[in-house]
Design a protein around this ligand. Structure first.
Ligand code: NAD
Length: 479
């Protein structure tokens, strides 16, 4: 095995190995080669991290908001200063093309800046009472936050959660996705370089089934911010039930795209084609299943295939690469199995391409369009989470709304039509948290994601995302 660099975890302001010295190795998905050695934490490490976060809590929550904001802004500056290193880590360990990863780092800095700006505005409310009585709500942090990060965006997802939790006075224990542990340990070093008091941020690496479970079950944790699959989310809710922890959950999705005959196909393909293949389709809010009206079905497929064909797939560190590998061999197999299964069920691979011998060594999945799908095929029912467009034809008389809503998930939906009154009616009736009409996910800092059905609980991002990490205490006085 070639020489690889070792990293440590952050507990109580100290960089440490796992208590029992165990480690594991992460892999470069572009080459299949080992990349970094990181600690394989166990229960003792989780316990030490939660205790460190609890110890740091009284002082951190008592800081004035202005003082905490200074830290938030210092973290943002540190991210900007270290963006090249962070972007390189994400490119190497996650497969994000470097320029995209650099943009992600700028976005991550923006999360801390936004959280600082909005936290000042989160004020208490006074209730009108009888003479001689005073009642008011005081907003405060929940306590120790366990932040469990998914692999699809290891930097930005950590930034969204940590900025919200920290800005309003929580301390936190972060559990990175195991396959992207190095990236988040480097990110933690950058955050810590802002001079945070010891124990305010702790990071422990290891497997979800051990470290994640131990953290989410720990009685010293008050709130869980979790993003991941619905199956894992259900387990997390079970762990949290024992001590009735608040859970903010962003889970799986299978987002319908409703394409009407009057849709602007060129705009649709450039907007959603980007979303489909950028980050290898590993977007929670990306297009999951396209329902395309029969009048524009063939034209849509032709245009999407031309878009897919124009994409440069390759080394994430190479200039001009649009799409790198998916995050791991396991994910590659999962995505390719969905495509093979769809073909067995009668669908057709309308577009794909061959891998180069170099790409065969990594975990590449080629841009793929699967046409002739039906609503009840497995590929249309489940979350593929890869660079695979799943296309279903619909015709007048089909109950498109019923098909769109016939899913356990409720993350978001996309509507493409020139008929805005129709689009607004559909937006009301779709059982999802976010609806995008003739556009893609908006990335303004003020926006947030709402998760309904099996796609989660609560909101992430924006003002509402900050509120999730706070509680309102009512204080009443007679005088
Ligand atoms: P995952 O569920 O496999 O893992 C998520 C995190 O949970 C990882 O850090 C993992 O180590 C940890 N984990 C695994 N088992 C655990 C357990 N038993 N207890 C506690 N933690 C555990 O998900 P993933 O594959 O990393 O991420 C992809 C999923 O995330 C997709 O389903 C995607 O839709 C979802 N996602 C949703 C949103 C959203 O906004 N709703 C955003 C991004 C990703």
């Amino acid at each position: 095995m070639p020489e690889i660099k070792s990293y440590q975890m952050l507990i109580g302001g100290r960089w440490v190995d796992a208590a029992d010295g165990a480690t594991f190795v992460t892999v470069n998905p572009a080459t299949g080669q080992p990349l970094a050695r990181v600690p394989l934490a166990g229960d003792a490490d989780v316990d030490a991290a939660v205790k460190a976060a609890r110890k740091a809590l009284p002082a951190w929550r008592s800081l004035t908001q202005a003082k905490r904001n200074e830290y938030m802004l210092r973290i943002a500056a540190a991210i900007r200063d270290n963006a090249k290193e962070l972007a390189t880590c994400e490119a190497l360990e996650h497969g994000t093309p470097y320029n995209d990863a650099f943009g992600v780092c700028m976005g991550a800095a923006g999360k801390f800046e936004y959280a600082a700006s909005i936290a000042l505005a989160l004020m208490g409310v006074q209730i009108p009472m009888d003479a001689g009585q005073l009642s008011y709500f005081k907003r405060g942090p929940l306590g120790v936050a366990a932040l469990v990060i998914p692999w699809n965006f290891p930097i930005i997802m950590l930034a969204v959660k940590a900025s919200a939790a920290l800005a309003v006075g929580n301390t936190c224990v972060i559990k990175p996705p195991s396959v992207n542990s190095m990236t988040d340990l480097v990110f933690a070093r950058v955050i810590q370089s802002a001079g945070l008091p010891d124990g305010v941020v702790n990071v422990i690496t290891g497997s979800g089934e051990t470290v994640g479970k131990s953290l989410c079950s720990h009685p010293g944790v008050d709130v869980i911010g979790f993003t991941g699959s619905s199956e894992t989310g259900q387990n997390v809710l079970r762990y949290a039930a024992a001590t009735v922890k608040k859970c903010v959950m962003e889970l799986g999705g299978n987002n319908p795209v409703l394409v009407y005959p009057d849709a602007d196909l060129d705009k649709l393909v450039s907007v959603l084609g980007f979303r489909q293949f950028n980050n290898c389709g590993q977007h929670c809010s990306g297009p999951g299943r396209y329902y395309v009206h029969e009048k524009v079905y063939d034209a849509f497929l032709r245009k999407l295939a031309a878009f897919a064909d124009s994409i440069k797939v390759g080394d994430p560190l190479e200039e001009g690469t649009f799409m790198g590998p998916v995050v791991s061999k396991a994910q590659q197999k999962k995505v390719e199995d969905y495509v093979a299964g769809a073909v067995r069920e009668g669908a057709r691979v309308y577009y794909t391409r061959e891998k180069t011998p170099e790409q065969e060594k990594g975990s590449y999945v080629m841009p793929t369009i699967v046409s002739d799908c039906t609503h009840d095929m497995t590929i249309a029912r489940e979350e593929v989470f890869g660079p695979v467009a799943v296309v279903i034809k619909w015709k007048d008389g089909d109950d498109l709304l019923a098909m769109a809503n016939d899913s356990p998930y409720g993350l978001c939906a996309h509507i493409w039509t020139g008929d805005i009154p129709l689009a607004l009616k559909l937006a009301d009736a779709l059982e999802v948290g976010n609806v995008f009409i003739n556009c893609q996910t908006l990335t303004e800092e003020q926006s947030w994601g709402t998760n309904v059905k099996a796609s989660g609980l609560g909101r992430e991002g924006g003002l509402e995302g900050l509120k999730e990490f706070t509680d309102l205490k009512e204080i009443t006085l007679e005088y």
